[in-house]
Design a protein around this ligand. Structure first.
Ligand SMILES: [Zn+2]
Length: 238
């Protein structure tokens, strides 16, 4: 890949393909973008951007939010909760940001099935059949770790960009820490004899209720933060 032209307000021209990470909503008939899902599922071969805000210009445009977005680094885009994580290869005109880009065209190189699919093998098999039919060139992985081993992030420093570190890592560690704490506490309570719980906690059950509310609120907040990191870049060029 050669050095692209980069203008402060206009799109940059990126020759070759630019690798990115993003998520899709998995529906029975295809992979839908998380925003503007009304535009339908992505094309199985090559998705072309259209300005969904009604702008009279080719997407992406510098002052608009249109274009097919993706992040340079996996980070929150490959969190196993929620939608499908994917690797995309973008081409054509791109608006380059510090963390991600918006492109004119992109194809889905690989996807990771959501965590819930591991619990429902029937659904996983149905999904794999649909993906094989509609996205024949897309590789399907059971885990993001395996997908990232085959599709590691590109070094975009040659584009003059040095993406900041993964902000989702701290949140992911915190989610695991909260869950482990709750499992350990619940396990300890379950192991105690009933009368011990009845007498021991009689005095400070309000604290127990408060603790339960706090950890649930904390978990909801952490998951919300993680999901918010998965969305598209919101301001002009990402
Ligand atoms: Zn636009």
């Amino acid at each position: 890949m050669t050095t692209p032209t980069r203008e402060p307000d206009g799109p940059a021209l990126v020759p070759g393909e630019l690798r990115g990470y993003r998520q899709f909503e998995l529906r029975p008939d295809g992979l839908y973008p998380l925003v503007q899902a009304g535009s339908g599922p992505w094309d199985g071969q090559l998705e072309r951007a259209r300005c969904a805000t009604g702008g009279d210009h080719a997407a992406p445009a510098g002052g608009c939010r249109c274009g097919l977005y993706a992040w340079y680094r996996p980070g929150a885009a490959t969190v196993a909760i929620g939608p499908v994580s994917a690797v995309v290869a973008a081409r054509g005109r791109c608006v380059l940001g510090d963390r991600g880009f918006r492109a004119a065209e992109a194809r889905i190189e690989a996807v990771t099935l959501p965590l819930a699919m591991r619990i429902y093998p029937g659904t996983a098999a149905r999904t794999r059949r649909m993906l094989a039919e509609r996205y024949p060139d897309t590789r399907v992985y059971p885990t993001a770790r395996q997908m990232l081993r085959d599709y590691p992030p590109q070094d975009v420093r040659e584009l003059g960009i040095d993406p900041p570190g993964d902000r989702s890592r701290g949140y992911r560690v915190a989610v695991v820490a909260v869950l482990v704490t709750v499992v350990v506490c619940t396990g300890a309570l379950a192991a105690m004899p009933g009368y011990a719980i009845a007498y021991g906690f009689a005095g400070w059950w309000p604290l127990l209720v408060l603790f339960t509310i706090a950890w649930q609120a904390g978990l909801v907040w952490l998951v919300a933060r993680l999901l918010s990191l998965q969305g598209p870049p919101v301001k002009g060029p990402p």
